[in-house]
Design a protein around this ligand. Structure first.
Ligand code: THU
Length: 155
């Protein structure tokens, strides 16, 4: 018998002045992206911003639908935006802003982020900002995904 342990290291920033300038900018862009959210059903706007390898910042926001299951999370609209408009560029980091306490990407978005991390084979940093400006930082999507399901599982 053996046991496998999965650890997630979360760095918590309680004051804005503790953040690196690049992180503060990405977080600010994710906060701005909340303005483009279409969330008349949940009333829960979410904004996301991706930092690409060439320094470009790409935004996304949650887009809901009267047929509720059709809604898209901010993280996945940002990933799609990047895939279409900045094809092939690696994602260095994603920032996600909400108006409530810090919220982490849902399971579907973790899986989508993991796919991008697998394609580019470099870690994507995750920055999560709450409405009170608290920020959680996590070094890679893998840290949020114990026992991940990868393309290699299909072989
Ligand atoms: N949502 C996101 O955009 N990202 C997440 O990580 C969690 C949830 C959205 C989906 C829905 O539009 C609203 O938040 C409420 O669940």
């Amino acid at each position: 018998m053996k046991q496998i342990e999965h650890t997630t290291l979360i760095t918590v920033y309680e004051h804005n002045n503790e953040l690196a300038a690049a992180d503060a900018e990405l977080l600010q862009r994710s906060k701005q992206a909340m303005a483009h959210s279409h969330s008349p059903y949940s009333h829960y706007p979410v904004g996301a911003a991706l930092l690409l390898e060439d320094g470009t910042i790409v935004e996304g926001s949650n887009q809901e639908n009267a047929s509720f299951p059709l809604g898209l999370c901010a993280e996945r609209t940002a990933l799609a935006n990047s895939a279409i408009n900045h094809r092939g560029k690696a994602v260095k980091a994603i920032a996600v802003s909400v108006g409530t306490e810090v919220a982490a990407p849902c399971g579907m978005c973790r899986q989508a982020l993991l796919e991008q991390e697998s394609i580019q084979d470099t870690p994507i940093r995750i920055l999560l900002r709450g409405g009170d400006e608290t920020v959680y930082a996590i070094g890679s999507v893998k840290e949020l995904m114990p026992l991940p399901f990868y393309s290699k599982n299909l072989r």
